[in-house]
Design a binder for this molecule. Sequence first.
Ligand SMILES: Nc1nc2c(c(=O)[nH]1)N[C@H]1C(S)=C(S)[C@@H](COP(=O)(O)OP(=O)(O)OC[C@H]3O[C@@H](n4cnc5c(=O)[nH]c(N)nc54)[C@H](O)[C@@H]3O)O[C@H]1N2
Ligand SMILES: Nc1nc2c(c(=O)[nH]1)N[C@H]1C(S)=C(S)[C@@H](COP(=O)(O)OP(=O)(O)OC[C@H]3O[C@@H](n4cnc5c(=O)[nH]c(N)nc54)[C@H](O)[C@@H]3O)O[C@H]1N2
Ligand SMILES: [Mo]
Length: 783
Amino acid sequence: MSRTRGTHLTHWGAFHAETDGVRLTSVTPYVDDPEPNELIHNVASAQHHPTRIDRPYVRLGWLRRGPGSAPRRGAEPFVPLDWDRVLDLLAAELRRVYDHHGGQAVFGGSYGWASAGRFHHALGQLHRFLNCLGGYVRSVGTYSYGASEVLLPHVVGGFDEVLSNATSWDSIATHTDLVVAFGGISAKNAMMSSGGVARHQLRSRLAQARARGTRFVSISPIRDDTPDEANAEWIAPRPGTDTALMLAVAHVLISENLVDHGFVERYCTGYPEFAADVLAKGRTPEWAERITEVPAHRIRVLARQMATGRTLITVSWSLQRARHGEQPLWLAVVLAAMLGQIGLPGGGFGHGYGSTAYPGERSAAVHLPSLPQGRNPISTFIPVARIADMLLNPGGEYEFNGERLSYPDIRLVYWCGGNPFHHHQDLARLRRAFTRPETIVVHEPFWTSTARHADIVLPTTMTIERDDFGMGNADPLLLAMPALTAPVGLSRNDYTIFSQLADRLGVHTAFTEGRDAMEWLTHLYEEWRDGLGGDNSGIPRFAEFWSAGAVALPPKPPHRVLFDAFRADPEQNPLRTPSGRIEIHSATIASFGYEDCPGHPDWLETAELQAGESSRAERYPLHLLANQPKSRLHSQFDVGDHSRSTKIRDREPLRMHPADAARRGLAEGDIVRVFNDIGSCLAAVRLSELVRPAVVQLSTGAWYDPDPADPRLCRHGNPNVLIADLPTSTLSQACSGGHTKVEVERFTGPLPELTVLAPPPIALLDKPSGKAADPVNSRHRTD
Ligand SMILES: Nc1nc2c(c(=O)[nH]1)N[C@H]1C(S)=C(S)[C@@H](COP(=O)(O)OP(=O)(O)OC[C@H]3O[C@@H](n4cnc5c(=O)[nH]c(N)nc54)[C@H](O)[C@@H]3O)O[C@H]1N2
Ligand SMILES: Nc1nc2c(c(=O)[nH]1)N[C@H]1C(S)=C(S)[C@@H](COP(=O)(O)OP(=O)(O)OC[C@H]3O[C@@H](n4cnc5c(=O)[nH]c(N)nc54)[C@H](O)[C@@H]3O)O[C@H]1N2
Ligand SMILES: [Mo]
């Protein structure tokens, strides 16, 4: 390609780039972005990093012995193959598995954020392809808010509306006296929106509300979870104890007669049972102080403040990404109901302000163009975070949301657009689970840990190397994303790879409908535009859009007040719950009989927090928060310049209170071993008074770099080696990866070099005999 200039969209922002056809030579923030961020600089610096996958590879053992369980998956060299050969091998393997076992044996869940861009969306491409072959076992729910997705339908009749019709920032600035933000309102997280963000504006939203008199209380173990613009008061409970704090607020509201009885009687079920339980169990501020370490007096004052004016209670998604994560979310709804403010402008409850850019913002009034997925004839699914359980327990039975289900027997795993060795917990266990399938296929631009644990690794383009268009849900601006450079190495688009496989498998026409990628872009756009009917005025034809580079879509009308119609007339507009009302007590959930999620919210001890000599809490006194990283999206572009600039001697930073460091003789920049009974990792100390004492923060996303002798040890700083693979509860079976308990000590050994910064060992095929070279002689590629 020749020298170009262009605009591009990522999940974390848009940017302008100049290129020499091979590389981006300059990257500047999108001209219209009021609050741009540094993450845009990860892209160019990672594009030609040595960990880009340059060509197709197959694991040596798979090539030699064919499909089968493989204890050495992840520890063997890869053999470079040409495209035709690898596509022939993969097509034959897909044929074998579909013929002998059917789609029931193929796991295509492939959870992950992939990249911005409507057509080249990796998961959409994979699912359409597998549907052409006979379907696949899918996953349901997310790592983001898996507990909420299951719980909220029981409590308020749905999940989507809470997100898409969240009280708008304008309404907050106009009506809200007090925002009580559990988990804060994070500027680092609001950099993202799935699909992209062109204009970031969280800080100005907060500043505007503040200027109009809204007060903020940020309840979080980390002070900078809410930016300075909010001028928030900071309350720092022990992590995972918000439920106790909320119950104590409920206790104060009840005992000081601050409950809106008219509201709970008319609009809710189960309030009397809940209130009786709170009183009977003595959930007083003094009781909560012992658990949360927030002074009882402060809890009392908070409850009174909440009952004084218009109050919005918001809970970040992180609160439910924990053992018993359903409880604090449910309680936020209950407290908002007790205050009688659900359905009033600027009041009630919210979920995830600051968790991404979206909550409180307006998305487009129209749906967006997207690639049709076809039909999946396989009905089997797993809750997304049960991936390791599924692979380790074929046929095993489990409960999920009142249903008894069993795990399928998976022969082939196909991952395209996600990184389970980033997103899952107890990575050594996941590694064991990954030895089980007969074949694992991964499409990736980079040698992520997941690619290293695959049998067949196919190199895919980055978004800057292909034509697409994209938009997120926080600002309705559809951007053209023309290719800025040529693809690196022999990488191909996921679409091209699936088309070529489809050709070998006799489903080419079904998959491609005879279109190439640019024809698809035109087709999807024009079909979408036509489908808008009268709503398409002002939306140009494709050619004009493509040359203009952007089109502003009409935003949704200003949000209705969440649950206003229900409030106006609950008989005419009931909620979609069994009672039609807000379920403070859910007879349905109670009927499931789950000890870890009873019929109304309550404080449930977790192993992490339990006292007792042999407990994890006693042996590992520091509470580790594995939150989202400020320097990247998840594991994406961890090799990029900005992400690497935040590391110390290549290790992920661990934020720690100076008092905790002093007690352990640790100083800024020290390399430490972070450990518990699940695993250990290396990290580098960053001292900070913004982190509450007895809490350490190690964000996710450092590429898992297992010690060859002990996969429970990550040399780089991936917290998921330290976190149990346990569900939130039996009800939602969601990811509980936010927290664990650890101890930290100075690392005294020689600092091991990271292996994830270079490609894995490569074995060259001994051409004449067709056999692979002796792996002992394989060379470790560093170019
Ligand atoms: N301990 C702990 N664990 C967590 C969390 C936590 O808070 N704590 N958070 C969880 C949450 S909320 C989430 S959403 C998950 C995120 O988990 P993931 O979404 O799996 O993480 P990503 O790093 O975004 O992985 C996306 C992968 O897709 C690849 N990719 C990008 N574009 C393309 C493409 O076009 N084609 C192909 N084939 N591949 C592409 C990227 O290189 C990257 O490796 O992590 C979860 N894990
Ligand atoms: N920069 C960046 N932004 C992102 C992402 C990313 O990877 N990088 N990922 C995106 C994705 S996929 C998602 S789902 C969202 C996730 O959004 P969240 O789940 O809200 O994000 P986290 O960073 O995990 O948590 C936010 C804060 O909650 C606090 N917290 C954790 N546990 C507790 C607790 O028990 N009690 C209280 N009171 N506070 C607690 C932590 O201090 C943490 O910093 O973020 C999105 N935004
Ligand atoms: Mo997420």
